[in-house]
Write a protein that binds this ligand. Structure first.
Ligand SMILES: [Zn+2]
Length: 88
């Protein structure tokens, strides 16, 4: 089980997106086993937004993460997000 940095809920690892520092830049870890500390986030835009607001990326990875990097990460993640459930 791994915990999403956005909603802080635990899920089986396979259900989350692994992120890692690759060449000093936080990115989606496509291989799932890039070296170094990995962090996990749900397939939801909401969780990305929460984590960004909390500046969770820099805190979890213990390195400064600038706004440009967060924007690049968002581009990477966009394709992986599930549509939000419609609330009635
Ligand atoms: Zn989440």
């Amino acid at each position: 089980m791994r915990r999403c940095v956005g909603c802080m809920t635990s899920f089986p690892k396979e259900e989350l997106i692994r992120l890692a520092l690759i060449d000093g830049v936080i990115r989606v870890d496509q291989s799932g086993n890039a070296e170094g500390r990995g962090i996990y986030v749900c397939h939801k835009e909401r969780c990305f937004q929460i984590a960004s607001k909390k500046k969770a990326w820099a805190r979890m990875l213990k390195v400064p993460i600038d706004a440009v990097n967060v924007t690049l990460l968002e581009q990477d993640l966009k394709d992986l997000w599930e549509p939000e459930e419609v609330e009635i």
